[in-house]
Design a binder for this molecule. Structure first.
Ligand code: 6GU
Length: 266
């Protein structure tokens, strides 16, 4: 995977991407990263790339031409026109499925806006994907681009070791991760759940699955509606719904009652 980031703050991207797992994957050649400083494509001669918004209002708008030239110069060098992702709160909200589908590309280009945005005409002309990372507003697209590159890179073959890759499988089946514990067995009076010390793989597996279901119910109940649940999962959720296992609120119980009624019909 070759990433290209068009930005006014290339050092922000460089500094953020050269540590830990992603930094090592770049060193090993599984990934590459180049930044393009949009200011280098200023058309006014003085390095200016923004101007006042037509129609008035606060802030400045990034002009179309420098952004256009930066992308065209890159496409010319590459001899192709890779997908161009514009980071914007007005885009489609990024998720794991999008990470998987971006990860098969040879190249991805990210366009990071600043100020009040980018002249719409150049976006119409060259952007292929408008993406947001969530419902909040950032000062610029750089952190959002780094979030996307991190999540996409994990899906690129060779970036994670075998040990690292197994670790996140369970978010991919649509449930939240179960809790993890390490030594010591007792920390400030808190004990590790005894089942984890039992050496009984079947029981450990079942406990972890139940914990994933319980956490998903408490933090992201809507994910349970899409998750693939087998009869053991439904047994556990039934017991939760009846108040026979775990600490479950009346609201969570009635949510489960509806969920189980629906999935039993299906
Ligand atoms: Cl992709 N960009 C900016 N500037 N703010 C955001 C965002 C992106 N996603 C959420 N907030």
């Amino acid at each position: 995977m070759n990433y290209y980031v068009m930005t006014l703050f290339p050092e922000m991207i460089e500094n953020g991407m050269h540590t830990s797992i992603i930094g090592r994957a770049i060193e090993r050649g599984c990934l590459s990263l180049s930044t393009v400083n949009i200011r280098d494509y200023s058309v006014t001669g003085n390095g200016r790339i923004d101007d006042y918004p037509y129609g008035g209002g606060a802030g400045m708008v990034m002009q179309a031409e420098p952004v256009y030239r930066a992308y065209e110069a890159l496409a010319g060098r590459l001899g192709r026109r890779p997908r161009l992702i514009y980071l914007t709160p007005q885009g489609r909200v990024f998720d794991q499925g999008m990470a998987v589908s971006f990860a098969v590309e040879q190249e991805l280009v990210f366009l990071c806006g600043h100020y009040e945005g980018v002249d719409e005409r150049v976006l119409d002309e060259i952007v292929t994907d408008f993406v947001s990372i969530g419902d909040y507003v950032l000062t610029g697209g750089e952190l959002a681009a780094m979030v996307m590159m991190d999540a996409i890179s994990r899906m690129v073959p060779g970036v994670l070791s075998n040990q690292e890759s197994g670790q996140y499988e369970s978010f991919q089946d649509g449930l939240l991760e179960y809790p993890q514990y390490s030594r010591p067995e007792e920390w400030r009076g808190r004990l590790v759940p005894p089942v984890l010390l039992s050496g009984h793989h079947g029981k450990v597996g079942r406990w972890r699955r139940d914990q994933s279901l319980l956490r998903t119910l408490k933090s992201r109940p809507e994910l349970l509606e899409k998750a693939e649940l087998d009869r053991y999962d439904r047994d556990y959720l039934q017991r939760l719904a009846r108040g026979e296992a775990g600490a479950v609120t009346p609201e969570e119980q009635s949510f489960l009652a509806k969920l189980l009624a629906i999935s039993e019909k299906a």
